[in-house]
Design a protein. Structure first.
Length: 363
């Protein structure tokens, strides 16, 4: 079967809405993909503010924002379809933007009302991709491992360095995945102190000095000693390391250098905790952090003693892998097949997650 799907992803780094138009094909249980078109639409100041402060809004304002963001998302999709002269879309799979994540209370909320997106675009929309897993007692995160398994199974480890770094690892014949540590949201936040949106290629960090005392405190945070599965909300990620860095009187470059080392060491610890048993395992690195050359260099240094080889795909896969996997998760939901793995999230069982909203073509 062939599915032409639009996948949507908005990550914790708040750099914008990722839109992917992909052709997914399944033949006798084997999945393949081709990314036909992709774009990242940056958020303006208003949307960046509203999304980052959504959890603090009064309920009426929050609900209005949820539907407004759904309408905004739908309009961006319509423009994307027009710009690329796309003729066929079977359905849209939308992750939304996470504004609250409390799996310990069986609650996780991604805004971007799916019904509104369906109404604006006219296409079927699959949304609320984490909800059932969280209701079943799971973390609801990470949910990308099903895509790692079906689309990137040739790699032993699959690492995504986004606002939060998450990793899929082998465990007892199955897969386990978890949030490793705060990543780009911290690096970008420190770069913004110097009037930059990001530390391009890690140039600022490379000029800094490693703060050994600060690094020790960062690595001793309680979250890192918790067993997987585990996940971080955006707010928890910021609280985990940002106060430690900001309370220091060191330069931004020094703090960036230390943050990079912290990220690399926590990733290495995750790999070390879940060995493959292979002599030379491989790790796929995607997400915005894969463009940070200094971070990759430090990551290679700490992985070298473990004989792990880093694989960095082409720029399109680096940037849009998560939106691609949202499209796959949507396709599995469309087929009524498992798309969230309990071995990853800790839920009571695997689930077929996602709410389906039919568009005009099904009237």
């Amino acid at each position: 079967m062939i599915y032409k799907v639009i996948g949507l992803m908005s990550g914790s780094s708040l750099d914008g809405l990722d839109i992917v138009y992909t052709q997914l094909e399944e033949i006798r249980g084997q999945w393949s993909y081709e990314i036909l078109y992709a774009a990242c639409v940056p958020y303006n100041e208003d949307w960046a503010y509203r999304l980052s402060h959504a959890s603090q809004m009064p309920v009426h304002e929050f609900l209005r924002m949820n539907t407004a963001y759904g309408r905004y998302t739908g309009e961006l999709v319509n423009q994307f379809i027009k710009d690329n002269d796309i003729q066929a879309v079977h359905f849209i799979a939308s992750h939304g933007h996470t504004v609250m994540h409390e799996p310990e209370n069986n609650t996780s909320c991604q805004v971007g009302d799916g019904a509104t997106i369906a109404a604006v675009t006219g296409f079927p929309v699959i949304s609320d991709l984490r909800a059932l897993d969280v209701a079943l007692g799971g973390q609801g995160a990470p949910i990308v491992p099903i895509g790692d398994k079906l689309l990137f199974g040739q790699y032993d480890y699959r690492l995504n360095i986004g606002g939060i770094a998450n990793i899929t690892v082998p465990h007892e014949g199955e897969m386990m995945a978890f949030d490793v540590c705060p990543a780009n949201q911290v690096l970008n936040g420190l770069a913004r102190r110097e009037g930059k949106e990001m530390d391009e290629d890690g140039a600022m960090a490379e000029q800094g000095e490693l703060l050994e005392d600060v690094l020790i405190v960062l690595n001793e945070q309680e979250y890192y000693s918790l067993p997987a599965p585990k996940s971080l909300s955006n707010e928890a990620a910021v609280k985990l390391v940002f106060p430690i860095l900001l309370e220091s009187s060191y330069s931004s470059n020094d703090m960036l250098r230390t943050a990079v080392q912290h990220i690399a060491e926590q990733i290495a610890n995750a790999v070390k905790t879940y060995p493959t048993g292979k002599e030379s395992p491989s790790i796929l690195v995607t997400g915005g952090g894969a463009f940070n050359q200094f971070l990759l260099m430090k990551l290679q240094e700490v992985l070298m003693p473990l004989n792990v080889t880093i694989h960095v795909p082409d720029a399109t896969v680096i940037q849009y892998k998560e939106a691609l996997i949202m499209a796959l998760i949507g396709a599995l939901r469309w087929r009524e097949e498992t798309n969230v793995l309990s071995s990853v999230t800790g839920a009571k069982r695997d689930s077929i997650s996602g709410a389906l909203w039919l568009g005009d073509s099904y009237n």
